[in-house]
Ligand binder design. Structure first.
Ligand SMILES: [Zn+2]
Length: 444
């Protein structure tokens, strides 16, 4: 539908430098994108992988390199006080023109990495955005709104937790306590933190947010599909169960009078997969990632065990049901085993829905290129999560071999990277030509 709108406008409007109003004839340069990915991967490269931890000298070198790439292509670039780098292509129609679209299209991701990470996580989204701007500029295409590409700061949160700092500080603002931790690190990196804890970016100035990223679950790689259209980023619900029994001598205490806290915790851990299967959506995941056993001696019956229980789903309601059931199970297990259990309150990290109209455009544009498509949730957080709450947003996934990420073994082929970038380009052109407003959905 969006493409037809583009074509119709093409017929109605006077000739422009490139008379092709659709993006059908415009191709990103796959070799150039691949060269950029390779070049950036040399910054912060060590023996075991790439380390560009947020605000480290390697990260800042990567940011300067990126600004150089924009400028080399004749695209004005800037870095803000938080370390976010932007390259911007202005819309060519003046504001007085009725075809002018309010608000810009923002394409973002990140170029910071985890320690010893890979060359695609984040970098692909930013460099594909750069390649789209270069292709648009070279084509002389007359877009009715500005397009900006952003490399947000500290998405990973590997050095300074939590992550997605660069997008959150702009759009939501951060707490004073987070700001007081981050500010000295910004200063050390030569950034002035201009704008303070924020927020400083009005979401109404952004028409749509787009992000291309590698798919980190291995689902596309296993299915052999080319493009994932993200339906939303899952919400995370977390609680801790603290089982209390009695620490005692492992040699002298008979089995029938023991109060082994680890046995209770283990029963809870084992009940997670069946509870997720029974009450989840089919895509719900549950994990007990941390267990602390006290006193923790080989020859002592565990007296106290703390276990973390995390459940993720697109729907807060579904995740909530699974969590509630697991909390009830913890109580029942403790009572059956003569243990005490304390349950911490459930913390909820809200997810974000992606805009249904943008999902449709991504799918249509991918199919027009002959690519296969799957709709899917994102189990990992991204900057798109921050934007998705306030701005109509869309996310495009490309396969990552074996679903490996946060590792130097991360791999997406040149052709797969190019396919993702081409879908990104077509999506942003289609979006720029759309006259109607996009919806801002919420997760149930
Ligand atoms: Zn990432």
């Amino acid at each position: 539908m969006a493409r037809e709108t583009g074509r119709r406008q093409g017929r109605d409007t006077p000739p422009c430098p490139n008379p092709q109003a659709g993006s059908d004839g415009m191709r990103i340069n796959a070799d150039r994108l691949w060269r950029d990915l390779t070049e950036l991967s040399h910054i912060g490269r060590g023996e075991k992988g790439i380390s560009r931890l947020a605000f480290s000298p390697a990260d800042m070198e990567g940011r300067r390199w990126l600004m150089g790439k924009f400028e080399e292509a004749g695209i004005p670039a800037r870095i803000d006080g938080y370390g976010n780098v932007f390259g911007r292509l202005e819309g060519k129609r003046p504001k007085e023109d009725p075809r002018h679209q309010g608000g810009l299209i923002l394409v973002g991701s990140h170029i910071d990495t985890v320690p010893e990470g890979g060359m695609f996580d984040g970098a692909l989204g930013v460099l594909a955005g750069l390649e789209c701007l270069r292709t648009l500029r070279e084509s002389g295409m007359d877009l009715p709104c500005a397009v900006e590409v952003a490399a947000f700061a500290n998405e990973e949160g590997a050095r300074l937790s939590p992550g997605t700092f660069g997008s959150r500080v702009l759009l939501e603002g951060v707490s004073q306590s987070e700001w007081s931790k981050v500010y000295p690190v910004l200063e050390e990196a030569g950034l002035d933190g201009g704008g303070g804890p924020g927020p400083t970016l009005n979401p109404e100035t952004i028409r749509a947010y787009l992000e291309l990223h590698i798919e980190q679950g291995g689902i596309l790689d296993r299915s052999g599909e080319d493009i994932g259209v993200v339906e939303g980023i899952v919400c995370i619900q977390l609680f801790h169960a603290i089982f209390e029994g009695e620490a005692n001598h492992a040699g002298t205490t008979p089995m029938d009078i023991r109060k082994d806290a680890l046995q209770g915790a283990a029963e809870l851990v084992l009940s997670v997969p069946s509870t997720v299967r029974e009450l989840g959506s089919g895509r719900t995941v549950g994990t007990c990632g941390r267990v602390e056993v006290s006193p923790g001696g080989r020859n002592i019956i565990p007296g106290r065990v703390e276990v973390s229980v995390e459940v993720r789903d697109l729907s807060e309601e579904v995740a909530g049901k699974v969590v509630e059931s697991l909390r009830k199970k913890a109580l029942a297990i403790a009572s059956a085993r003569g243990l005490k259990v304390e349950l911490t309150p459930v913390s909820v990290t809200p997810g974000a829905a992606m805009c249904p109209e943008i999902q449709d455009i991504i799918e249509a544009e991918a199919r027009a290129l002959g690519l296969s498509v799957r709709r899917m949730p994102s189990g990992a957080g991204h900057d798109a999560m921050t934007f998705g709450r306030k701005v109509p947003s869309g996310m495009i996934f490309v396969p990552s071999r074996g679903g490996i990420s946060h590792s130097p073994l991360e791999w997406t082929s040149k052709e797969q990277c190019a396919a993702g970038a081409q879908v990104l380009l077509r999506t942003l052109v289609a979006l720029a030509s759309r006259r109607d407003s996009l919806s801002l959905p919420r997760l149930s």
